[in-house]
Write a protein that binds this ligand. Structure first.
Ligand SMILES: Cc1cc2nc3c(=O)[nH]c(=O)nc-3n(C[C@H](O)[C@H](O)[C@H](O)COP(=O)(O)OP(=O)(O)OC[C@H]3O[C@@H](n4cnc5c(N)ncnc54)[C@H](O)[C@@H]3O)c2cc1C
Ligand code: SF4
Ligand code: SF4
Length: 359
């Protein structure tokens, strides 16, 4: 099989003009950051991607790496990337070696982590064990907007714990790290679109540093996201001021977005929040980051716990090591929760397929 997965079905003129036409101008960009930091022609500013001029290249990397590019079709791109990783797609949850409800045992994650702290616990362990030497995470930057950051130790991992429901272009930090051809193995914690882009980076023949250095990918479940400006506008419209301590979307039937500041905890109806979501998310079929080594989301009806999916052999062995060292508590999920997760994943896939058809 040719190494260049994306190019198999992409017309030869894969270049910035196409990215502009097919993704940016079409309103599909979800600010994952995969195309940013590769060249001087693409700019990321205040949560948005812009390409003010053309680079003149007929074979750039940007379109190949973009998870929102319409060609090749989502399913065939994913199938090819799974094959590249030696896996079969296995919808609706993707390839998996094990699925659990889980939480981190360490007390330093309580109160900092979004739910059970499994993402932070596994990332910190991977750094401690030397599986990776650095990792790209997302944390609050200027005015609380999310941005990518490179962390090297547990303190850095803890500083990024918690979820910010906005797109921060964090893969810019990954591209910056990969600009060094050699260096330690890199980890990534990312949303499904970012995990897809990272898989495309690893498979791209013009990105040998990614194939060589990208070592561990921890995926987060995701249904939709907000643009950074949209989140800011929402908070302003609600009269919420000051640093946000925590965001959350409690499971149904709550139908609210929780924003906790120093002064108060506000419940914003989800219907209001959805007015601000990224249009491109409607075309995203992946709920559970199917191309990651491990994927992590909320555990249905169980506050303070995660759903954890180990996918690759490496992901499975990291979970095993965390269990053996007493860093994770794992339980078999109730069959009903798994059924609901499968149904939610299948529904997202179907909604996206319909949205692509309607374009
Ligand atoms: C935009 C968004 C939408 C989500 N939607 C769902 C959903 O529909 N269903 C569900 O079950 N779970 C969803 N999640 C995942 C959930 O919020 C938790 O991140 C996940 O359950 C891991 O919990 P944890 O306690 O292990 O995380 P922690 O240990 O607290 O670690 C959280 C990690 O999230 C990363 N992170 C924070 N904000 C962002 C961001 N904007 N982009 C990328 N990475 C980020 C940080 O780098 C950190 O490493 C979503 C997360 C985000 C950011
Ligand atoms: S979705 Fe990601 S790769 Fe595609 S244009 Fe937006 S930032 Fe770039
Ligand atoms: S819904 Fe999909 S495209 Fe939108 S932020 Fe989540 S993973 Fe990315």
């Amino acid at each position: 099989m040719a190494n260049h997965v994306a190019a198999e079905a992409t017309p030869p003129a894969a270049c910035l003009n196409q990215l502009k036409k097919q993704v940016l101008d079409a309103g599909l960009c979800v600010a994952c950051g995969a195309c940013v930091g590769l060249c001087p022609h693409i700019i990321f500013y205040d949560g948005r991607v812009a390409a003010p001029d053309d680079c003149g290249l007929s074979q750039g990397r940007c379109l190949d790496l973009c998870p929102q590019a319409p060609e090749p079709a989502q399913e065939s791109k994913r199938r090819a990337l799974h094959a590249q990783a030696g896996q079969t797609p296995a919808p609706p949850l993707g390839p998996h070696a094990g699925i659990w409800q889980a939480r981190a045992a360490s007390p330093d994650l309580a109160g900092r982590a979004q739910y059970g702290g499994v993402a932070s616990a596994l990332l910190a362990l991977a750094l401690e064990e030397g599986l990776i030497g650095e990792a790209v995470v997302t944390r609050g930057g200027q005015r609380g907007a999310p941005q990518g950051a490179l962390v090297r130790d547990r303190a850095g991992v803890l500083a990024a714990a918690g979820s910010i429901y906005a797109a921060g272009g964090s893969l810019l930090a990954l591209n910056q790290a990969l600009a060094q051809e050699t260096g330690p193995k890199l980890g990534l914690v990312g949303l499904p679109c970012q995990v897809l882009a990272a898989a495309a980076m690893k498979a791209h023949p013009s990105y040998p540093a990614a194939a060589r250095r990208l070592g561990l990918v921890i995926g987060l479940f995701c249904t939709w996201n907000l643009p950074a400006r949209g989140l800011r506008a929402l908070l302003a419209a609600e009269g919420l001021q000051g640093p946000v301590k925590k965001y959350d979307i409690p499971p149904p039937p709550a139908q609210v977005f929780l924003v906790e500041t120093e002064k108060e905890t506000r419940e914003i109806p989800l219907a209001k929040v959805r007015e601000h979501t990224l249009a491109g998310c409607a075309l995203c079929p992946d709920l559970t980051a199917e191309l990651a080594d491990v994927s992590i989301g909320a555990a249905e009806g169980r506050p303070g716990w995660n759903t954890l999916i180990a996918r690759s052999a490496q992901g499975e062995s990291l979970v095993k090591s965390a269990l053996e060292r007493g860093l994770l508590i794992l339980e078999t999920p109730p069959a009903e929760s798994l059924d609901h997760l499968r149904a939610a994943a299948a529904a997202k896939r179907a909604r996206a397929a319909q949205a692509w058809k309607e374009r």
